[in-house]
Design a protein around this ligand. Structure first.
Ligand SMILES: Cc1cc2nc3c(=O)[nH]c(=O)nc-3n(C[C@H](O)[C@H](O)[C@H](O)COP(=O)(O)OP(=O)(O)OC[C@H]3O[C@@H](n4cnc5c(N)ncnc54)[C@H](O)[C@@H]3O)c2cc1C
Ligand code: SF4
Length: 502
């Protein structure tokens, strides 16, 4: 069977879902191909045991690490991709992130576009994903207008911590958050099961709710779920993709199109192009630079909890505070250290998933007296941190975290601050090198085809009708959450494709 479309979008996460919404009004015949199914709206959405113990929504596919050992990546295959599970912290990169920056363990390279180039699409991304925040409160904010929505107010407990942080000379600011009508009838409930959980009432700004669903209101857009792209096949010149081979309902379907937009996530997009090697592209599709899969980055992330046995934490929605005082070379730091944000509440079963022998009642008592933080540092691009596929097409991830010096120092700084805030003990936990949640960088964009895979509109240098709009294009990872930048660039690329269609 062979079917024909104007645009085939592969993957429905931050990049693909946004692209579908942006192109839908053009009337072009669009097919969205998504390997997972829709996440059902069900009681388990907000059940910490279902999400953290039974791993109900996680991808079951295992990847190989550099030693050949299997591991379960922290990723999700489903409609809306990983955005269904995100904390919806939707940051712009800082202006400095677009330039080259010296870090403790190396240089973070410059982007081929600057902040001002992307700024108009950041504005639109924040509108589309209902971002709440307060312009001017964060000293590292790039130049910008007001947020579309007012910031989410801190709980009284977090407000008190903000005041105490200010007394230490820090500059806490409201986290920019994508939530739909918080506190209103039928809107977001500001509950304690948001980050890492799907939203049972569709009040989180994810790529299904803000991207795919509005796109499907247009009759020209079609969605296939549980359909996985296996290979992309070029014409004899090798300059154009002719067809995608899609595994669907037990068979393989051939789909032709004028344009293909790949957005499978940084690891799977690289894997798809590597699996699409052919006589014209022996090292993988569009891989004349040899860079496909290389420069994989993932952020260095540590979860920290300040514990005070004498103080019950009554906050329900805790994820409202950001601290960027250590983001640049300021506040006495010789190099950038990274970002700190308050985290969603830890539940006893989440902690028990890490050390199972401690009884749940002990964990519950512990986490009821803890305040949770996420501490994140920039990961630097290295050619030998890379995605490859083995002979059977299976993903292999070779990854050694780097910029560890900066991250250790940030954890130390934050530990000191938490002690000064009165917490008796500070707990830390990291998924380490297996944390694939902020994966990026495997198909870097740039001007020069010998040092990048994609051009500045995310079109492959080697293949005229191939675009990639997920996190693969990042030349550096910055140290803020990647989602809004993926969305903004997808909107920018969509405008470019629209111009091209005319
Ligand atoms: C628990 C968690 C919390 C997070 N919190 C935040 C946050 O607060 N803020 C933030 O900015 N980021 C956050 N992130 C990261 C964010 O979710 C990702 O950066 C973002 O979703 C990446 O977008 P993407 O388009 O690159 O890929 P994804 O959103 O992962 O989408 C890729 C899609 O492609 C599909 N796919 C893969 N291979 C194929 C194939 N061969 N054929 C068809 N379909 C395929 C997948 O099923 C998936 O739906 C979080 C991630 C996790 C897991
Ligand atoms: S109700 Fe709000 S806080 Fe709760 S999961 Fe949904 S979006 Fe997140």
């Amino acid at each position: 069977m062979s079917l024909s479309y104007d645009v085939v979008i592969i993957g429905s996460g931050a990049g693909g879902g946004t692209m579908a919404r942006a192109l839908a009004p053009t009337g072009a015949r669009i097919l969205i191909v998504e390997r997972g199914g829709p996440v059902p709206q069900e009681p388990e959405n907000w059940d910490p045991a279902a999400v953290w113990k039974q791993l109900r929504y996680r991808a079951t596919e295992k990847w190989l690490d550099a030693t050949g050992a299997e591991f379960l990546p922290y990723t999700h295959y489903g409609l809306g991709g990983n955005t269904k599970f995100w904390g919806s912290v939707l940051y712009r990169l800082r202006r400095e992130d677009f330039g080259a920056m010296q870090h403790a363990d190396g240089v973070s390279p410059a982007w081929p576009i600057d902040y001002d180039t992307l700024a108009p699409w950041y504005d639109r991304a924040e509108q589309l994903y209902h971002v709440h925040g307060q312009a001017g409160a964060d000293p590292t904010d790039p130049p910008r207008g007001p947020f579309p929505h007012a910031p989410i107010p801190h709980s009284s407990g977090m407000s008190a911590l903000v005041t105490a942080l200010e007394a230490q000379g820090l500059h806490p600011s409201p986290l920019p958050l994508g939530l739909i009508r918080p506190g209103e009838d039928g809107g977001c409930l500001l509950c304690d099961t948001c980050n890492s959980f799907p939203c049972r009432i569709h009040a989180k700004s994810d790529a299904e709710v803000c991207g795919v669903r509005p796109a499907l209101e247009h009759a020209n857009v079609e969605l296939w779920t549980r359909a996985s792209a296996l290979r992309l096949v070029t014409d004899p010149s090798g300059r154009r993709i002719e067809a995608a081979e899609i595994q669907r309902e037990g068979g393989v379907v051939r789909v032709t199109a004028t344009r293909f937009v790949v957005s499978c996530g940084a690891v799977n997009s690289a894997a798809l192009l590597l699996r699409s090697a052919s006589d014209q592209h022996p090292g993988g599709l569009a891989n004349s630079s040899g860079l496909i899969g290389r420069r994989y980055m993932a952020h260095l992330a540590t979860m920290m909890q300040g514990f005070n046995p004498l103080k019950h934490n009554d906050t329900v929605f805790q994820k409202t505070v950001a601290i960027n005082d250590f983001y640049l070379t300021s506040r006495g730091t010789p190099y950038p250290l990274g970002q700190i944000q308050s985290q969603g509440r830890t539940h006893g079963v989440m902690a028990q998933a890490v050390v199972p022998w401690i009884p749940l009642w002990a964990y519950d008592a512990w986490v009821a007296r803890g305040v949770d933080w996420l501490v994140m540092s920039e990961d630097l691009p290295r050619d030998d941190n890379r995605v490859t596929v083995d002979a059977s097409g299976r993903v292999r991830l070779h990854y050694e975290p780097n910029n560890v010096t900066a991250h250790r120092r940030l954890v130390k700084e934050w530990t000191r601050v938490l002690h000064r805030l009165g917490f008796w003990k500070v707990m830390t936990y990291s998924h380490g090198s297996r944390n694939t949640t902020h994966q990026c960088g495997t198909l870097v964009f740039g001007h020069d085809p010998t040092t990048s895979v994609l051009d500045t509109f995310c079109r492959a240098h080697d293949v005229d009708n191939l675009f990639v709009v997920d996190a693969s294009f990042f030349p550096s990872s910055a140290a803020v959450n990647p989602g809004l930048t993926i969305i903004a660039q997808a909107l920018r690329v969509a405008d470019h494709i629209k111009d091209d269609m005319r």
